[in-house]
Design a binder for this molecule. Structure first.
Ligand code: FES
Length: 69
């Protein structure tokens, strides 16, 4: 499923980057370029990060805090 139309990134590509260590929104932006144009995909990116965090036992709230800076 396409997540970021601007950068032609799908959920599989983003999940791979997250699994490879891009554990915050900023890191995922840096690694993939996701959400660096119009930004309309940002909430979906946060959902992917939260889902990964939940799967690894990391608190989603903690992840969101780190994404905010
Ligand atoms: S859809 Fe991701 S930056 Fe536009």
């Amino acid at each position: 499923m396409i997540i970021c139309i601007c950068k032609s990134l799908n959920d599989r590509q983003l999940r791979e980057s997250i699994a490879s260590g891009a554990s915050s929104f900023d890191e995922l932006q840096f690694e993939t370029g996701v959400s660096t144009c119009c930004g309309s995909c940002e909430s979906s990116v946060h959902e992917l990060l939260a889902a990964h965090a939940a799967g690894t036992g990391m608190a989603a709230a903690e992840l969101r805090r780190s994404a905010l800076g």
